[in-house]
Every structure is written in structure tokens, then in C-alpha cells.
Design a protein around this ligand. Structure first.
Ligand SMILES: [Zn+2]
Length: 105
């Protein structure tokens, strides 16, 4: 089953991380690592990031790597190259993990 994450659900109005449960903290760290890598490579259709599948929760044994794709609607899609794990991340733009180069007008 795909994990649909909305980054805003982890943040307060100031863009800081909310108090999270241990489980939520682990997945949040996983998601923000994807966001910062994906936003750096936003012009690439598909790429590997230096992140293992088993870092998204405790007690996972999958040693697969995570691949990331940015969709046209600004959604980040990720999936494991080994198991069935996959998901999307929305509302990441403008967060502190957004590494896209700002266009100065
Ligand atoms: Zn996996």
C-alpha cells in the first residue's frame, strides 16, 4: 500500500516540526531526506537517493534503495527498488527541506 504523506501534516504554522511520536519521527526523517534530495534534482526524471528502505520504520529488514521521481504536479513519488514499498509526498514546496534554487525577480 502506498504511503501518501502531506508534509504540512507534520508541521505547525511556522513550518517547524510538530511534536511527533517515535514512529512518526522516523518516517518524518525519511520523508524530509527524500524532499531535500528530490528538490535538488528536480530536473531529473528519476534518480536514486542515498537512503535505505529500512530507515522508514523500525524493525524493517529490506536493504533496498529508494528511487525518487518528481511528477508534473509537484508531487514527489518514491519507491523501493527491492520490495513493494512506495509513496508520495505532497505540500513539500517552500518547506525548509525544499532545496530548489529560488528564482530572484
Ligand atoms: Zn524495500
Amino acid at each position: 500500500m502506498a504511503l501518501k504523506a502531506n508534509l504540512r501534516h507534520f508541521l505547525n504554522e511556522d513550518g517547524d516540526a510538530l511534536e511527533l511520536t517515535e514512529q512518526a519521527k522516523i518516517i518524518f526523517k525519511f520523508l524530509t531526506k527524500i524532499v531535500s534530495s528530490a528538490s535538488e534534482h528536480i530536473d531529473q526524471p528519476l534518480f536514486n537517493i542515498d537512503l535505505q528502505c529500512n530507515t522508514r520504520a523500525v524493525e524493517l529488514s529490506c536493504r533496498g534503495g529508494i528511487k525518487v521521481r518528481c511528477s508534473a504536479i509537484g508531487m514527489i513519488e518514491w519507491y523501493c527498488d527491492t520490495c513493494q514499498a512506495c509513496g508520495t509526498i505532497s505540500n513539500w514546496q517552500g518547506s525548509v527541506w525544499d532545496k530548489q534554487e529560488r528564482i530572484i525577480h
